[in-house]
Ligand binder design. Sequence first.
Ligand code: GLU
Length: 419
Amino acid sequence: MEKADVFAMALEQLDSAARLLKLDANTHRVLAHAERALTVALPVVMDDGHIEVFEGHRVQHSSARGPCKGGIRFHQNVTLDEVTALSMWMTWKCATVNIPYGGGKGGVKVDPTKLSKDEIRHLTRRYTVAIMPIIGPHSDIPAPDVNTSAETMGWIMDTVSMFRGSTVLDIVTGKSIELGGSLGRREATGRGVMFNTIELLKRLDKDPAKTRVVVQGFGNVGSVSADLLQKRGCKIIAVSDVSGAYYNPAGLPISDMIRYCSTSKNRLLEGFDAPGISKVSNAELLELDTDILVPAALEKQITIENADRIKAYAIVEGANGPTTPEAERLLVSKGKYVVPDILANSGGVVVSYFEWVQSIQSFFWTEEEVNKNLERVIENAFAAVWDLARREKQDLRNGAMMIAVDRVAKAVQSRGIWP
Ligand code: GLU
């Protein structure tokens, strides 16, 4: 399937929620469009002296409930279509967990593994200046996403600060602690995945100690999800990254694997070995005999091509958009649960919100306070989604989307259409 389908997938999810909510056609039409999309060309002088021009985007889907919020990704497959879909998902995500933001997303089409650190820094600074007219602490606040990190956020914050002539801490979230970042932000998305998984297991009366988990992706989301789920007693039987998938039905040594990646080339698991581990393909990983599957990589990993072979009884979406609507319908019809991305991976943006609040107040919380507040937000959001889904006899995505779309629709309606 084509990358160009990702926004169509987001629209299909919106249509489904709109139908269930009996949303009026006018509001539906407004929500189906992104408010603003900026595409920029980014010339960068490469280390060998030649000039490369990269394409970047920043899309703001909705500011109805507050400033747009969402990450920036660096990936060779970035397209405007993809960034638009991701920005719409951010709107629903912030509304599902009820934090006062709309949705935005940014992306640069680049394979960062092919660039030196200097080249990436120059690209980041150039991209920041190019999108500066539309970002701001009260209009649109970027954060990390695929292949970007606290270091990238530091460069963005510094670039904006140089132009403004004073330090602007609240322009981005996901910064390092030294630059006003929040304790617990780096782990927050994975921690949220863990909380969501535990909430689901509770509802299904399952014991974490008897639960096997497969995680696709071993970046910031996948590695922390695996680590924290293991600490809660689950057995992590397989993980993967672009170097392949690592499988041991007896359980993997996740902390060793995380330590290995901290010094390995491109932070990949490539070359990692331990007793009992066999290598399988990424496709095989998704179809392993497991209880829970956490796709924590990219979009459209679970499609109508492989959905029928998925053995997990529950999928907890660490990534954004890993399951196509068609595949999801099939999984749900077989009695499986899909904890949707807009709930499952919302921990990152929730702690981004905490970071933004702390930056604005220049008053910083302890890690314990951050984690406790995150747990409370996720528990409440999960309960609301679960209860609504049961009441309406819907799957969890429709449950979450009904809550989210209703909140955004009410904001649009109470503001009225300008002028
Ligand atoms: N990129 C993350 C996401 O997709 C975090 C966004 C944020 O913190 O603003 O949810």
